[in-house]
Design a binder for this molecule. Structure first.
Ligand SMILES: Nc1ncnc2c1ncn2[C@@H]1O[C@H](COP(=O)(O)OP(=O)(O)OP(=O)(O)O)[C@@H](O)[C@H]1O
Length: 573
């Protein structure tokens, strides 16, 4: 578990680009608070003059009007600036979190549920706005204006300074600390429970058909009801604790006001002292009004820090792959040299395997289910790093290559490619803007889907439904293939490309893969290297070599060369 200081430092780093705006928000909030105090001091003086029947100066009234209007305007700008700064900071945090997930270690992700990740991305990130809006701003303003309270009380008596400063410290430091301590554990449990509940509800809706068929509705409902029950119990416990804090706050606030009233009562007979004590009374009223919410902000501190811990711990994986600094080399043979790797400590999936995918070659990787074929793909894509040995592209170690550069070089069609509830065009582009229609059609042509898309009334703008539900299995796969081809990678990895397809569609899809042009038609790049991860060789043509994984070991079988015209060195590991 990460230390709190580390978590806060990470947040500060992510929010660095917004620091100007965040500080401006604090500055304006301070200005608004000072205008409020000025207004109250003027009001106190006017009232004192009225009570003591002394005349008021015209300039004083001007100040009163000026501070009244100024306070309203500054309040408005404070809200505008601080909320704008916070929304921007949260957007930065979401982007950072999303990037970390997208490029992060699959090992870490494999152990997290998507519903829980969504809760972290949406609800926990949102909770963090409290750290600035409900903690930093009110505490910052309270402490920065504390000297004003001391100064006005000082005008009355030292005893009043001691009393009011003491109460200020209790309300603005002691009680918030107590509230944070009292709610720390429960707030953490609450966020965890809400994440788990969200994950279960997502699973329930996603797997409703299976749950119905297997008669699991009752069990699932009971589980969710139990979680809800726990949630309500926790919320009730938190509410009780916060009520206690609220009661204590009210008691101390009343004591503070009673103290200043008593002091004022004793001094009312003398004119200068009467004026000063009346002003101090108004300042104390204003100051206590603005620090009243601080004890509860202690609970916000607990909630925000627990949320920050959940966000940062999911985004920063302990075994994260280094981002790398160099670009991919011109020469792009892919080498595995004595590579050992496993997903769980002490259980290697691959045991010192060695092989090479020469530029432009076509290779099939075979093995029983669970043999580690997709693990080879994960290592080639630098999603995870080997425990031992090395993976190299040309003569450059994969861990030193920049992620972005590597992703341009190696394309991957996974077993369960996700299609987005969007148009064909947007599924192909995935957010990239600088791709011309000509290139989209070229990729669709290669994936043998162009004719189908041309026949659709909306063409590239056709909406394909959630996870491509409006397409057939084969069409969905072809669309995913077109997306991979569009990336113009020089190495393509197809992981079980026909999984989930009926035999005829599978055959047609393999035919497409067999006839994939050896070079990218548009850029005339160097020839493509292809790695096909399969259970059997049926329907595959033009292979240069076949690799087979058994029990974590690899055997390499060169084939009759139909592809690149290069010789394949024989290796065994
Ligand atoms: N992200 C992950 N987290 C934890 N364990 C994993 C992860 N991915 C794979 N494994 C484990 O590693 C082993 C090899 O899995 P892998 O997916 O590489 O096998 P495979 O040969 O591709 O299997 P299949 O043909 O069924 O897809 C399995 O025991 C699997 O449970």
């Amino acid at each position: 578990m990460k230390a709190l200081s580390e978590i806060l430092l990470t947040l500060l780093q992510v929010w660095r680009p917004q620091r100007g705006r965040l500080l401006a928000g604090l500055g304006v909030a301070l200005g608004a608070a000072l205008a409020g105090l000025l207004l109250m001091s003027q009001a106190g003086q006017r009232l004192g003059q009225a009570v003591l029947a002394t005349g008021g100066a015209g300039a004083g009234y001007l100040l009163l009007r000026f501070s009244g209007v100024g306070r309203i305007l500054l309040r408005y700008f404070e809200r505008l600036l601080s909320h704008d700064a916070m929304f921007r900071a949260l957007a930065d945090l979401r982007l950072w979190f999303y990037r970390r997930l997208a490029f992060g270690s699959a090992a870490g992700l494999g152990f997290r549920r998507s519903g829980d990740l969504m809760a972290r991305l949406v609800q926990d990130v949102q909770t963090l706005d409290g750290l600035y809006l409900r903690v930093t701003l009110p505490f910052g303003v309270a402490y920065l204006t504390f000297p004003v309270l001391v100064w006005f009380c000082w005008q009355v008596s030292v005893a009043l300074v001691c009393l009011e400063a003491g109460i200020f410290l209790i309300v603005a430091a002691g009680l918030p600390f107590l509230a944070a301590r009292m709610t720390w554990k429960s707030e953490g449990q609450l966020l965890q429970l809400m994440g788990a509940l969200q994950a279960d509800i997502l699973e329930l809706t996603g797997g409703l058909r299976e749950i119905r068929i297997f008669g699991g509705e009752k069990r699932f409902n009971e589980r969710i009801e139990q979680q809800q029950e726990e949630l309500y119990t926790l919320q009730a416990c938190l509410a009780h604790r916060l009520s206690l804090i609220r009661a204590l706050t009210a008691a101390f606030e009343s004591t503070g006001i009673a103290g200043v009233l008593l002091a004022a009562a004793g001094l009312m007979d003398g004119q200068p002292n009467g004026m000063r004590s009346m002003t101090a009374l108004f300042i104390c009223l204003a100051q206590f009004g603005s620090i009243r919410a601080l004890p509860q902000a202690g609970a916000v501190v607990a909630r925000s820090l627990q949320a920050a811990r959940r966000v940062v711990s999911a985004a920063v994986q302990p075994n994260a792959v280094p981002p790398g600094t160099v670009n991919t080399p011109a020469q792009y043979d892919l080498h595995f040299k004595n590579v050992t790797f496993g997903w769980v400590t002490g259980h290697p999936v691959l045991k010192g395997i060695t092989f090479q995918l020469p530029e432009g070659s076509r290779t099939a990787l075979l093995g029983a289910s669970g043999a580690g074929k997709s693990t080879v793909a994960a290592l080639s894509l630098k999603v995870v790093m080997p425990w031992q040995g090395q993976v190299k592209l040309g003569d450059v170690a994969l861990d030193t290559i920049r992620d972005e550069s590597l992703r341009h070089e190696i394309g991957w069609l996974s077993q369960n490619t996700h299609l987005f509830a969007d148009t064909i065009r947007n599924n192909l582009l995935l957010g990239q803007q600088d791709i011309a229609d000509r290139q989209l059609w070229e990729a669709l042509e290669q994936a043998q889907l162009a004719e189908f898309v041309r026949g659709l009334p909306d063409g590239l703008e056709t909406w394909i439904g959630e996870n491509g539900s409006r397409l057939s299995g084969g069409q969905g796969r072809r669309l995913a293939l077109a997306r991979v081809l569009l990336a113009r990678a020089r190495i393509l990895i197809f992981d079980e490309p026909t999984s989930g397809l009926d035999p005829e569609t599978a055959r047609a899809f393999l035919h497409t893969l067999n006839n994939l042009p050896a070079r990218d038609g548009l850029t005339e790049q160097q020839p493509r290297t292809i790695l096909l991860i399969l259970h059997a060789l049926t329907g595959i043509e033009g292979l240069d070599q076949v690799l087979e994984l058994t029990g974590g070991y690899l055997s390499v079988r060169p084939c009759q060369n139909h592809g690149s015209g290069k010789s394949i060195p024989l290796t065994r590991s």
